[in-house]
Design a protein around this ligand. Structure first.
Ligand code: BG6
Length: 493
């Protein structure tokens, strides 16, 4: 691996503290950073290198660290004092990086700042020639949300492209760094037995659920303007959908993979504004109880305006109009303050065409399911029917679990893999602009309707599985939500 300089804009912020610095530490501990790799924090505080290192040390104090690795790690850290709005600060950054202090000319610029600043920072980097690849590569990492809707995404992209080429831009979706999300591809394309079943002839529908028991956690300022549809569905859940639904790529290189993902997004049947209510449900949590603790409703969270109708729950029904998936519904669902935090892809198969077993009526015969749990525990499980013990010819559900089921506390977070990919220049797990743009086209009609219907929003109690209205997305009575691996939906049918 080549040496590089890793510049963090927004160095003292949450993302840096919670995700980036710990991930870089883990990479160092795993021996994955070169000796010449340095980290430059760019921030407003009046700090020098030592103060910044002390801050990083205190962030890592809550985690398990090795003293030797920690010293080596902290020695990589440097600080560049500056305000994002101060043009001269970028000049200082330029001088620092080219000033003979051993900073590698291969530079990653990581935007751990508010999305409103993306365009401004990239422009200033261009102005001081830090975007130009002279003597080394330059890469720009952008967090979501990439725009606010289709139009603002276009204009952000346009503004980044003034200074950075598409090949230099890494749009991160941290979901793609999760082990089981990548496993969706391995599971599908390394196991021949699944491919013949993976289509409209055998699959009844697909559910992709991300539920959280947490609320807005002090992020009301961002979240209230975004809502669940933008925050989770436009980005993470549509990405998962592309991996579940895509055709096998020509090979695993970044462009082949992303070409196939884009084809899925382009094939999603557009939802006309007149049909939004039949395809999308939104709701907001009210006060309730989670894990025995009382929690306030969304409107009582600090920073949330008392009349907000921002959705903290959203569920969608989508159809992919291609040969493989025609008329198979894909249900996408996410919510904050739900009963449990869990993310899962649940694939439900059709019933066998004929009921052959005595005393098990066809409508009671459970269909097969494949459950891919993304978090908190990674697991792939198949539910099959077997004969019950005893003299009767009755069926019961049994589960075939992939062996890596269970919580692995030592597992690396999604960011480690993605940061390494940036340093190695691998775009496979980053979004190309056309993916972002097609994903906005899917949700834009819904956003438009919701933005004008602002008088009322359905509530759901914190600690529940969302509003009962979400059931009306289903096409038939025998369809029901699968919430977690161990919840078979019994009782809701
Ligand atoms: C982020 C969203 O992108 O993803 C958050 O902004 C959400 O609102 C988070 O909580 C979920 O990701 P994870 O990895 O914590 O499950």
């Amino acid at each position: 691996m080549e040496d590089c300089t890793f510049v963090i804009f927004g160095a003292t912020g949450n993302l840096s503290r919670i995700k980036l610095v710990p991930a870089l530490y883990h990479l160092d501990a795993a021996g994955r950073l070169t000796d010449g790799m340095k980290v430059v924090g760019f921030g407003r505080r009046d700090w020098n290198d030592d103060a910044w290192r002390a801050q990083v040390r205190s962030w890592l104090a809550e985690r398990q660290t090795d003293p030797e690795v920690l010293d080596r790690f902290l020695a990589r850290f440097h600080f560049c004092q500056g305000d994002l709005d101060d043009e001269q600060a970028y000049g200082r950054l330029h001088d620092m990086l080219s000033g003979g202090d051993g900073f590698s000319p291969n530079i990653v610029f990581y935007m751990a700042v508010s999305p409103a600043a993306f365009g401004k920072v990239s422009r200033q980097l261009g102005e001081v020639s830090l975007a130009r690849e002279s003597g080394g590569w330059r890469r720009l990492v952008i967090e979501k949300p990439f725009g606010y809707d289709l139009e603002s995404a276009e204009s952000l992209n346009h503004s980044l492209n003034r200074d950075f080429d598409e090949s230099q831009i890494f749009r991160i979706d941290h979901y793609l760094g999760k082990g089981t999300v990548q496993n969706v591809l391995v599971f599908r394309f390394a196991n021949l037995m699944l491919e013949p079943l993976w289509n409209r002839n055998y699959i009844d529908h697909v559910q992709i659920t991300h539920s959280e028991s947490l609320g807005v956690e002090g992020r009301a300022g961002y979240y209230d303007g975004a809502g669940a549809l933008r925050d989770m569905i436009q980005s993470h859940l549509l990405q998962v959908l592309t991996l579940v639904a895509m055709e096998p790529p020509a090979n695993m290189d970044a462009e082949s993979l992303r070409d196939e993902k884009v084809k899925v997004l382009r094939s999603i049947r557009p939802i006309p504004q007149s049909a939004v209510n039949a395809h999308a449900i939104r709701a907001q949590y009210t006060a309730g109880t989670i894990g025995g603790e009382k929690v306030p409703g969304y409107l009582d969270e600090p920073g949330v305006p008392g009349n907000s109708v921002t959705e903290t729950y959203a569920a969608l029904k989508l159809f992919i109009d291609n040969w493989r998936w025609r008329n198979v519904p894909f249900f996408l669902r996410t919510g904050k303050r739900m009963a449990k935090g869990n993310s899962m892809v649940a694939i439900r198969f059709k019933h066998p065409p004929q009921q052959l077993f005595r005393e098990t009526r066809i409508e009671r015969l459970e269909p097969n399911w494949i459950l891919m749990n993304l978090q908190p525990n990674e697991c792939i499980r198949m539910e099959m029917q077997v004969k019950q013990n005893g003299l009767e010819m009755r069926t019961e559900t049994t589960r075939l679990d992939a062996s890596y089921c269970g919580i692995n506390p030592a597992q690396l977070d999604a960011y480690e893999a993605l940061l390494l990919d940036v340093i190695e220049g691998d775009h496979s797990l980053f979004l190309r602009y056309d993916e972002v743009s097609w994903a906005w086209k899917v949700v834009d009609p819904i956003l438009k309707v919701w933005s004008v219907e602002r008088e009322y929003i359905t509530g759901y109690s914190a600690g529940s599985w969302g509003p009962p209205e979400a059931d009306r997305l289903f096409l038939r009575q025998d369809q029901y939500w699968r919430n977690t691996l161990d919840d078979s939906g019994e009782g809701r049918r």
